[in-house]
Unconditional design. Structure first.
Length: 98
């Protein structure tokens, strides 16, 4: 779960950098879209960690732990999907400016 949190934080950090670079005068080299791509890449890694963690839950016999972890994992992946959506909007805004 900690690895997922780190990757989520990393993705949000990349989104912050992308927003900082959205000013058209400063983004001559595609820095905003590069940061958006990095955010998506980190969230794809989070998906891999999620699948591995869900597989590990198959070995746990306490249903309370399984349900609790599954819910936390689900919420983290939902936040990850939001990071990817924002990254897509950064790309859209750059395409609209050109």
């Amino acid at each position: 779960m900690a690895e997922m949190a780190v990757l989520l934080s990393e993705g949000v950090g990349h989104i912050r950098v992308a927003f900082d670079r959205l000013d058209g005068r400063r983004d001559r080299h595609g820095l905003a879209t590069d940061a958006a791509d990095a955010a998506v890449k980190s969230q794809r890694q989070l998906e891999r960690v999620y699948r591995r963690a869900m597989g590990d839950l198959l070995e746990v016999s306490d249903i309370r732990i399984v349900i609790g972890c599954r819910e936390l994992y689900r919420r983290m992946t939902a936040m990850s999907d939001d990071v990817v959506s924002v990254a897509d909007r950064v790309w859209y805004s750059r395409v609209e400016e050109t």
